[in-house]
Design a protein around this ligand. Sequence first.
Ligand SMILES: [Zn+2]
Length: 456
Amino acid sequence: MTLSTRLLSAALVLTLTACATPTTTSKGETYRRVKAALDAVPAIDTHDHLFPFEKLPGSVETAQGRGMNLSSLWRRSYLTWYASITPWTPGGSFDEWWAKAKSDFDDVRASSFYRYQLPAFQDLYGVDFDRISDAEARALNDRIFENYKDPKWLHHVVTERANIELMFNDPYWARFSFKTSYPFEVLVFNVTTLVSGFHPSEFKSPDDDPYVFAKSENLAMGSLEDYLVVLERLFRKAKASGAACLKTTLAYQRTLRFENVPKDRAAKVFGRPRAELSADEIKDFEDYVMWRLVELSAKHEIPFQIHTGHARIQGSNPMLLVDLIEANPKTKFILFHGGYPWIGEMGAIVTRYRHVWIDSVWLPTISYTTAKRAYHEWLEVMPSDRIMWGADCNHAEGIYGATEFTRRCIAEVLAEKVEAGSLVEEHALRIGRQILRENALKLFPQLKDRLWKTKK
Ligand SMILES: [Zn+2]
């Protein structure tokens, strides 16, 4: 054996060792120190969709009864956006499901929508999902089912393993019931459907219907003027119930370009069903109401979370919101998802307007590499108190995975800046703490009364 072949085989041994131990990373000491410091930060997660425990989506009928299992975790994950995961047959067996489902991951191994859940399997169950055997998968499935027999599992994973102190929850399943289910939960007032308040036929569920709400409050609903009174009452009730912010996901349905429509044009639309209206008339009404919601946001001092980017992409560029933002300097706008893929535009908007914040929620889950690029760029063009984060998931493992992904991503960016000599490590740690926690507490100061892990 020559020296060079000996070196080569030594390198090979090292490589093989690294492969066999999936937790080993090639990242250096700086990363490890920064990551450990960020892991210790009790996070404020500004966006999730955690249903009440008894209504968790994804639970299935098994031979052992109803519950959550491995199929639930994948079928209620973002991976279903571009990979179809074999459905669970009610009453079926795990082996029958897994025989088909295990190849569902073949084409998505490198995708972030697959990889963000992997830290949950590794850290919470000690399972390397990339290399999982059939026996390990069966045992994992049984342990998930067992864990979800008790809501303590959710509490344990969210507050201890993911180290989340408070979590904003967007209850899109019951927007106007203004109830919370978890002690760590912060109520969000989802206003998405209110722009369609021109006719009662727009609403299907009583917890989501401003006409039902008006009736319960003895308010009339005969004109646009009446509707504005109902909106005001909804805001008061939301605020009194503890809602910290507003949320809209209209970017999934329509353009984010909202014109400042005169009242008389919107008044002509009120009271008529969709079938009698033109697309322009519907947009007029929606635009008019959106402007009123933005004004009510300022009046009641409830910041406005707006979904931007990844959605109906022909109309979800955050730049489309700029006129609305500029005309409403008293409203605090929080633009979601880093505007993916328009992360540079997002940076430019926040650089220009002091009443806009970025929420990087979901961005590392969409694309880990884009998120890294985004944090790198944003920290160069704005003060470090403008960026927040959220997990945006609906079960414990998803929340853990998305949180771990975000902590890794931010730690990598900060460590890279430290190693490049463009940031002092002490300052890097402060920035990490700001993104994970302090920025949300600064924007929502009332939350300081809700802190239970640490006092500020
Ligand atoms: Zn969401």
